[in-house]
Ligand binder design. Structure first.
Ligand code: TPP
Length: 308
């Protein structure tokens, strides 16, 4: 996830990825810890900062890189881009640019799984900026009433764009879920194993049909809200604060638990994988303009006259 995004940021600045991206750098332990607790047939929904979630759930890095570079070989033929990657075949129901909007989708999918008699669980991610959205609170209510097998994962990275959590969130994040009778846990979101343990407990509850859980994973966003910030440099946190926040790195925490030789081999493998992913993305064609209207309408329907 870290190296994928570092390479993606290079591609943004080289003009190969249009519109920029929202880096996940610093938050990787949340995606790694949660997805490691899931079965292959479990499902996730994600956010505007979704590269880490999608990769941790198993998306092909080359097709993901091609997707955010808008290429026809991308996961979604270059239509979804950075904020809307989906891969139904491996349980990724989609990232979502609308803050809070993936939570009801996840709860609907969880309810559908229950109705179909399956014990699949759905994990949905959102930030601290989403926890006061009406749709998220309505979703908590419904998920609790229906005991939907969904795990709400709030990544509290301290900011919503440039607004500090403390300036925007009244009360507590865990308290919001508890008000609906949903058990909630606040965990160190920089420690992948702590996240994994808490997610495993939540997933086991959900499979036992005991309903949803909220995990507040406390983390820190090392990089910009969005790559536009690299040039605009809005002043909402000092360089000293960023340095302090970034000094606790999830990669170091997990890396220290791995044999150094093994880590070096993993790093080399990742480098080779990403070299190939970048080559694949940049050598892939952009979608043919003649196909611009494909996938906009369900099969069997036609575009309304004047609608395009
Ligand atoms: C409904 C809605 N309102 C506003 C925005 C613009 N917007 C995009 S990201 C963002 C901040 C989200 O903060 P948070 O949920 O904490 O996630 P983070 O960016 O910190 O990962 C906002 C306000 C949006 N995409 N959707």
């Amino acid at each position: 996830m870290r190296r994928f995004e570092e390479r993606a940021i290079e591609l943004v600045h080289a003009g190969h990825i249009f519109g920029g991206i929202h880096p996940y750098i610093g938050q990787e332990a949340v995606a790694a810890g949660t997805c490691a607790a899931l079965r292959a047939d479990d499902l996730i929904t994600s956010t505007h900062r979704g590269h880490g979630h999608v990769l941790a759930k198993g998306a092909d890095p080359a097709r993901m890189m091609a997707e955010i570079a808008g290429r026809s070989t991308g996961l979604n033929a270059g239509r979804g881009g950075s904020m809307h990657a989906a891969d139904f075949g491996i349980g990724i129901l989609g990232a979502n640019a609308i803050v809070g909007a993936a939570a009801p989708i996840a709860t609907g999918a969880a309810w559908a799984a229950r109705c179909a008699g399956s014990d699949r669980v759905v994990v949905t991610y959102f930030g601290d900026g989403a926890v006061s959205q009406g749709v998220v609170l309505e979703t908590f209510n419904m998920a609790a009433l229906w005991r939907a097998p969904v795990v709400f994962v709030c990544e509290n990275n301290g900011f919503a764009t440039t607004t500090r959590t403390a300036d925007a969130v009244a009360g507590s994040i865990t308290g919001r879920a508890e008000a609906f009778g949903i058990p909630a846990e606040r965990v160190d979101g920089r420690d992948a194993e702590e996240v994994f343990a808490a997610t495993s407990r939540a997933v086991a509850r959900a499979r036992r049909e005991e309903g949803p859980t909220l995990l507040e994973c406390v983390t820190y966003r090392f990089d910009a809200h969005h790559t536009w910030e690299h040039a605009a440099r809005p002043r909402y946190r000092t360089a000293e604060e960023v340095q302090l926040g970034s000094s606790i790195d999830p990669l170091d925490i997990q890396g220290a638990r791995i044999d150094p030789d093994l880590r070096a081999r993993i790093d080399a493998d990742i480098e080779a994988l990403l070299e190939e992913a970048v080559r694949f993305a940049l050598e892939s064609p952009h979608p043919d303009p003649a196909t611009a209207l494909d996938h906009l309408y369900a099969d069997g329907t036609t575009a309304r006259a004047g609608a395009i």
